[in-house]
Design a protein around this ligand. Structure first.
Ligand code: PLP
Length: 390
């Protein structure tokens, strides 16, 4: 047997794979599971989006490569959406690039900027691709803790200045996965100053920018003055329009960075399927009501979980955004032991915080990816489970 690369070794997904194994084992035993682990949207895209997708799929002319830059219409729709939503001007020729899901860009940006041994500042806990992409490029991670006492925002003054100086880029993500925290514009203004001081590329993942509750609307990193000089922002249509499987996202911001990422991608892929770009452009320019419906659905789910668990003595902060609840472990166990016990005894699958980094210990992430009746059942099971734990 050939020995796989060291690079492969560096892709540790142990907690996730242990959870997966346990899930399979429980399914084999015939246990009925409620899966609140992966952030895969369970709702369907708006009917009009699906109609456009199906009409374009039937058109003979839609099957060629679209290449890295995709269609003019899609890039223009992204720029117009940005102007309308955030008041940020973007040049659709140089400052917008389509992605095969935002994950595509999150993984590949490192190949444009990180040589083996280079450092990057990565939030901990954090969405795993920030670390995995860095490892694939041979870089080294400097973990930046996200602590509850700081609202899960990094304390920039606590970052070791020598490491900040050596690092080439910094990842951020608000509304945040897994902590569900949101960031004010003043934080992004601090980030711009920090990036200028230490000559850092800022990569902001805004996958959940449209999933926020009770009228709150997350800001864009690019709204901060000078942000475009130091960074880029990634967007996903997966969560906003429930198009996760269609694989579409986009990245916007600094034109040099966009060009360099585009150069990497032009060596790897041949672009997003044209009907998906067409449906995405339509969604960005026309689908306002379905986003609101989506938000309301997640808000109702959030309330069922938060209120139901609170009535069993498990208090968790009410997230303002994202599709997650970041809940402190309510027993004396660590996050892995608690999540395993909850899975075995209640059949409810959540992700132990440790899966997102050392600073995730003490929490579990609950994804609101089931409909209300299933969540009510999950709450009933959690209530019984916690009673037994007392
Ligand atoms: C924070 C965050 N960024 C990016 C992604 C990837 O989304 P996409 O489907 O656009 O690749 C996810 C998916 O769960 C996510 O949670």
């Amino acid at each position: 047997m050939l020995v796989p690369s060291k690079r492969l070794d560096s892709l540790g997904a142990s907690v996730f794979s242990e959870m997966d194994n346990l899930k399979r084992e429980l399914e084999k035993e015939g246990k009925h599971l409620i899966n609140l682990s992966i952030g895969s949207p369970d709702r369907a895209p708006a009917l009009e989006i699906r109609k456009i997708l199906s009409q374009t799929v039937l058109d003979d002319s839609q099957y060629g490569y679209t290449l890295t830059r995709g269609t003019d219409d899609f890039r223009r729709a992204c720029a117009e959406w940005y102007q309308e939503r955030f008041g940020v001007d973007l040049n659709p020729e140089t400052e917008v690039l389509p992605l095969m899901g935002s994950q595509d860009g999150l993984a590949h940006i490192y190949l444009a900027y990180i040589d083996p041994g280079d450092l990057a500042l990565i939030p901990d806990p954090g969405y795993p691709i920030y670390t995995a992409g860095l490892m694939l490029a041979g870089g080294e991670k400097v973990a930046v803790p996200l602590l509850e006492e700081n609202g899960f925002l990094p304390d920039l003054r606590q970052i070791n200045p020598d490491l900040a100086r050596k690092a080439k880029l910094m990842f951020l993500n608000y509304p945040n996965n897994p902590t569900a925290a949101v960031a004010p514009l003043s934080f992004f203004e601090e980030v711009v100053a920090f990036a200028k001081e230490y000559d850092l590329l800022i990569c902001h993942d805004a996958a959940y920018s449209e999933l926020a509750f009770e009228g709150y609307r997350p800001v864009s990193f690019l709204q901060a003055k000078g942000a475009k000089e130091v960074g880029i922002e990634f967007h996903s249509v997966s969560k906003t329009y429930n198009l996760a499987g269609a694989r579409l996202g986009f990245v916007v911001g600094n034109a040099d960075v966009i060009r360099n990422l585009s150069q990497v991608k032009s060596n790897i892929d041949y672009g997003v399927f044209r009907p998906v770009l067409t449906a995405g452009a339509y969604a960005l320019s026309s689908e306002k009501d379905s986003i609101e419906e989506n938000r309301n659905a997640y808000q109702r789910r959030r309330d069922i979980l938060i209120e139901g668990c609170a009535s069993a003595g498990w208090n968790m902060p009410n997230p303002q955004g994202s599709m997650f609840i970041w809940a402190p472990v309510p027993t004396k166990q660590d996050s892995v032991a608690f999540a395993f016990k909850l899975a075995r005894e209640a059949g409810v699958i959540v992700v132990p915080g440790l899966a997102f980094g050392d600073y995730g210990e003490g929490y579990v992430r609950i994804a609101m990816v089931q409909d209300e009746s299933v969540l009510q059942e999950a709450v009933r099971r959690i209530q019984q489970f916690l009673k037994k734990c007392q």
